[in-house]
Design a protein around this ligand. Structure first.
Ligand code: CP3
Length: 354
């Protein structure tokens, strides 16, 4: 009974998977592969089950979440599943008035920009996302030896959507708040850290084998600002889930200058986009962490020989690492040919078979 509360029993079947071994920097039978945004996006079977169902509604239906999460595992034989949801789901669950607009992304009706607005960010209780625990439980049963990765948005990236009111290129309102009212900013990020921690705990306690914290847009910051204004909140999230002992992955786009700090925040695995080769990334991250990445997702639109050649470059750069999880440098692009992904998984497995 004690183990079921923490999800340890549920995730034991996946403990010896190549993915978890690589996260722990143990020897692997082959380099494990999964893709950010592998669930949803280009798969025809995904478009079919999602037909007529708004994105956020689909996230609240355990049977649909289970099916969509399993689709890329069945089709591509990836080494891990990522839970089908979105980074704004916990915000929606505490009553923030937001929606996900197709082709646009998350849009917030009333942006959060003042001390009074902050009161709308109440804490997340497990009951607010009971459907998540249900879907995770269902999934780990179906997945067996294949690990399930839970995830959440990091405080900075969530704050960007909340403060801007939607996707943003320059994050001007976010930075105005960060530089103009550091105290309010710190309080905002601290609240988001608590919401994010609670959301990750629900997934881990239901049986997720690893978690990834997406700080997709934090590459917009200089290292000194990251250290002062963001790192404390991200570190709080990693600390909050440390007790479970599941690998913690940290990823952002354009974060070449932040890789060391993102590891220092408390990650066990640092995700790298395609701009920094992995042999250079390991120098920036330092010892004791595994790396995840980093094929440019746009390469998948090139002919197969070009994909294979760029993949060999990634594998060569990663050859000396104690822990490497192969992934794209960012999410699968919506018009990617699914067969290119299936072939890529097979190719990496074949090239790295020990
Ligand atoms: O990775 C997976 O396959 C699991 C599912 C997943 C989704 N969103 C489903 C989704 C994950 C891990 C996310 C994370 C997410 N969401 C991030 C971090 C990852 C990253 O890409 O950097 C961010 C920044 C978001 C916010 C968000 N939600 C964006 C930018 C978009 C895309 C808008 C678009 O259509 O281009 C969404 C919507 C979204 N999230 C879709 C899916 C399958 C598309 C929904 C639809 O088309 O109806």
């Amino acid at each position: 009974a004690g183990t079921s509360r923490t999800g340890a029993g549920a995730r034991s079947a996946a403990a010896d998977s190549a993915f978890l071994k690589a996260c722990r920097r143990e020897p692997v039978p082959h380099t494990p592969v999964w893709f950010m945004r592998q669930a949803g996006r280009s798969l025809p079977e995904y478009l079919k089950v999602r037909e007529g169902i708004p994105m956020l509604d689909s996230c609240m239906r355990p049977d649909l979440v289970t099916e969509i999460t399993l689709q890329p595992v069945r089709r591509h034989k990836v080494d891990a599943a990522i839970y089908f949801s979105d980074i704004v789901v916990p915000l929606k669950a505490i009553g923030i008035d937001l929606d996900i607009k197709p082709g646009v992304g998350p849009v917030v009706d009333r942006p959060i920009r003042s001390r009074a607005d902050l009161a709308r960010l109440r804490s997340l209780e497990p009951d607010d996302v009971a459907y998540v625990a249900e879907a995770v439980g269902q999934l780990v049963g179906e997945l067996g030896a294949t690990p399930l990765i839970g995830f959440a948005g990091a405080p900075f990236t969530l704050a960007s959507y909340l403060v801007e009111g939607g996707p943003s290129r320059n994050h001007e309102h976010t930075k105005a708040l960060m530089y103009g009212d550091p105290e309010l900013w710190a309080d905002l990020l601290d609240r988001l850290a608590d919401i994010t921690s609670a959301f990750l705990k629900v997934q881990i306690e239901a049986g997720a084998s690893a978690v990834q914290l997406f700080d997709s847009w934090v590459g917009a910051l200089a290292p000194a600002d990251y250290r002062r204004s963001v790192m404390p909140a991200s570190a709080k999230v990693f600390d909050a889930v440390a007790e479970y002992g599941v690998p913690r992955i940290h990823f952002g786009v354009g974060t070449g200058e932040l890789l060391g700090l993102m590891g220092e925040a408390g990650a066990d695995v640092v995700g790298v986009d395609w701009r920094v080769p992995l042999d250079e990334a390991v120098r920036r991250v330092g010892p004791g962490k595994a790396l995840q990445g980093n094929l440019d997702p746009a390469i998948l639109f090139a002919p197969r020989t070009a994909v294979e050649s760029k993949t060999r470059e990634v594998l060569t750069a990663a050859a000396g690492l104690p822990g490497h999880i192969f992934n794209l440098g960012h999410g699968v692009l919506p018009t990617t040919d699914p067969d290119a992904l299936t072939h890529l998984v097979d190719y990496v497995h074949h090239e790295t078979m020990r």
